[in-house]
Design a protein around this ligand. Structure first.
Ligand code: ELE
Length: 211
């Protein structure tokens, strides 16, 4: 196992589900992260899919002591640098590129890159990465596909993300090559918009108890 994977696994600390968050209003970031942490999901991924993502990352780091904040939807080296500079503890990307792998190689911040095909997995492996995001999990072939990757890629472990809910999370978490899953279901847009933090805490508690 690479030392950066060890670092990432120690941040995860056995948490079975990483909430994937798309924050539309910076004011939601802190109460949302608090609700998730209270429910047992301290490690969160804030995606760079909105204009307030970096500001949200900074706010949560500054105000929610027990949160462990990563940045998601990182597409290139520039975004990697911005997210790392904002204080992200880990970086998640939907796929692998040479540019991103080089940026990650130069940084102490661990990268969890997306990979689906054997070729993509081998590219990440060559860069020394052995913990990958399997994205989009359900759409690409689901738990059966991931299970088939276990024999040729014995040393590689995954965080499946995409189309995962309470209904199928356990299908993935039961596989020997899965460490955790990612998903947006623990923070539905409507609940965030309505400020239903108690409801989100409840969803988080259910997810945190999954392994
Ligand atoms: O932007 C990214 O980096 C992503 O990871 C894309 C998706 O938002 C997540 O995979 C969550 O997917 P759902 O749980 O199906 O909503």
């Amino acid at each position: 196992m690479s030392s950066k994977t060890e670092k990432l696994l120690s941040l995860l600390d056995g948490q079975p589900v990483i909430p994937v968050l798309k924050i539309e209003e910076a004011a939601h970031a802190v109460p949302l992260a608090r609700a998730l942490a209270k429910g047992g999901l301290r490690v969160i991924e804030i995606t760079l899919r909105t204009g307030v993502a970096l500001e949200s990352i900074r706010r949560v780091i500054g105000e929610v002591e027990d949160a462990v904040v990563g940045a998601g939807t990182i597409l290139d080296a520039r975004q990697f640098e911005e997210a790392a500079h904002a204080g992200s503890k880990f970086i998640v990307s939907p796929g692998v590129t040479r540019e991103l792998l080089a940026a990650a190689g130069d940084s102490p911040v661990p990268l969890l890159p997306g990979a689906i095909t054997p070729g993509e997995i081998m590219m990440a492996r060559e860069a020394g990465l052995d913990f990958l995001k399997f994205f989009p999990a359900e759409q690409a072939g689901g738990a059966a596909f991931l299970k088939a990757l276990a024999s040729p890629f014995a040393g590689i472990r995954f965080c499946p993300t995409g189309g995962i809910t309470t209904a199928n999370a356990r299908d993935y978490l039961g596989l020997p090559n899965v460490i955790c899953v990612g998903g947006s279901w623990v923070a539905p847009d409507a609940m965030v918009k309505a400020g239903d933090w108690a409801g989100i805490e409840k969803l988080a508690r259910e997810a945190a108890g999954m392994k």
